[in-house]
Design a protein around this ligand. Structure first.
Ligand SMILES: Cc1cc2nc3c(=O)[nH]c(=O)nc-3n(C[C@H](O)[C@H](O)[C@H](O)COP(=O)(O)O)c2cc1C
Length: 391
């Protein structure tokens, strides 16, 4: 028995350093593993490594009814990681694993499938479109004219500009670059644009004529210097069998709250309860938002943040990350990954790591900072205190 064990350890060591030879036969870096359809001679070997990748323990698990259910190796709590191998103990050769993925999957969304489509020349309408996208959990599509508008179009009174001419030409239909993928899937389309000479830019007309809007609800919104959204009858006439809602004008830079109030007043179901919330990360005076992943650890973290903001003292590590204790363990679903600046991960189930550089290791991804401007500067080179809350 001892000899077999030594052989197995040697084989594992070989596998580890020549992963291409039997990579299909083991699954790495999950802390909790479920495997089905194990043949009668098969046994699961879990090898545990410490932080320096030294083999520290090796456990052999017997399947029950061809199944090994939710095996967790405690050794990983010391900061190392595990590798699992399925071996035929008679022939001492690896067996293909049928690993059951026990990680939670994002539930099918309910409510209206929503698209926010917008044209924005100086990004004011885009700001409102981004708010609506966040609030409703919609997909977003920017209507991009094939030929961009030049700066000269800013001269409102210049009748020789392209914008002026198009807006005063009934037949003008500027071409659009790209298309909406799977337009048929959307029930609700928010349609955003700036007011140009009292109406929607003609590229919006092109957009409306490019798709079948039958059965969809179209909700127009605009930004302008002072004009209202006016009647959208001319736009409505371009779509057949669509149901149009009253439009809404916003000032450029309108607050997220004012947009949310309007969206909620529409009384439509966007299945918001299924939307993963955003996280705010505060380091000193700098505030960032992060888009969160969907997994058990994030669910638990969100529940914690609903109670109270989480403050973590974080140390600099190796010139690429800040790491600090969360104060409790979360349900990890670690996998090997190479991180990038802005990634936030769970390490060893109880440490939060924020990257300003990159590292390859086994983590559970928590989220990613949306806008990295000032991120590296805010994290600096020393230790920091970070406050995490729901955005
Ligand atoms: C060619 C052109 C025509 C415009 N016409 C109007 C107008 O008739 N009424 C108005 O209030 N604002 C008008 N504006 C201002 C824009 O509607 C306003 O700045 C808008 O918020 C810009 O949105 P955007 O940044 O998404 O392009 C015009 C701007 C341009 C460039």
């Amino acid at each position: 028995m001892k000899k077999i064990f030594v052989f197995v350890l040697t084989a594992i060591a070989l596998c580890m350093f020549s992963s291409s030879a039997c990579a299909a036969n083991y699954y790495t870096d999950e802390q909790t593993i479920t495997i089905s359809d194990i043949p009668s001679d098969g046994k699961l070997i879990i090898a545990s490594y410490d932080e320096s990748q030294r083999l520290v323990a090796c456990h052999i698990y017997e399947p029950e009814n061809g199944m090994i259910d939710n095996v967790t190796d405690n050794v990983t709590n010391s900061g190392g990681k595990i590798k699992a191998f399925l071996w035929n103990m008679t022939t001492l050769s690896p067996i293909e694993m049928n690993k059951v993925d026990t990680r939670p999957t994002r539930p099918e969304p309910s409510g209206n499938k929503t698209l926010v489509a917008y044209f924005s020349w100086t990004n004011k309408t885009e700001g409102i479109a981004d708010h609506i996208t966040e609030i409703t959990g919609a997909d977003e599509y920017e209507i991009t004219p094939k030929e961009p508008y030049g700066e000269e179009n800013n001269s409102y009174n210049d009748q020789s500009t392209r914008a002026y001419k198009e807006q005063h030409d009934d037949s003008a239909r500027p071409e659009i670059m790209g298309t909406v993928e799977g337009m048929e899937q959307y029930d609700v389309v928010f349609l955003g644009y700036p007011i140009w000479y009292g109406k929607a830019p003609k590229v919006i007309y092109t957009f409306l004529e490019s798709y079948d809007f039958a059965g969809k609800t179209v909700i127009p919104f605009c930004t302008s210097d002072s004009s209202g959204i006016g009647s959208t009858f001319e736009l409505q006439a371009l779509t057949r069998d669509a149901s149009w809602r009253n439009g809404q004008r916003f000032a450029g830079g309108a607050s997220r709250d004012s947009v949310e109030e309007w969206v909620q007043g529409l009384g439509l179901d966007f299945g918001n309860d299924l939307k993963t919330p955003k996280m705010e990360v505060r380091v000193g005076n700098a505030v960032f938002t992060a888009t969160l992943e969907y997994n058990a650890a994030v669910e638990e973290l969100v529940a914690m943040m609903k109670e109270n903001p989480i403050t973590i003292n974080m140390n600099d590590y190796s010139g690429f990350e800040k790491v600090g204790p969360l104060g409790r363990s979360l349900t990890a679903s670690d996998s090997q990954m190479t991180t990038n600046a802005g990634d936030i991960v769970l390490y060893n189930s109880n440490q939060i790591v924020m990257f300003y550089g990159s590292n390859s290791w086994s983590y559970t991804k928590i989220g990613h900072i949306d806008n990295l401007t000032g991120w590296e500067e805010a994290l600096g080179s020393g230790d920091i205190t970070a406050v995490f809350s729901l955005a």
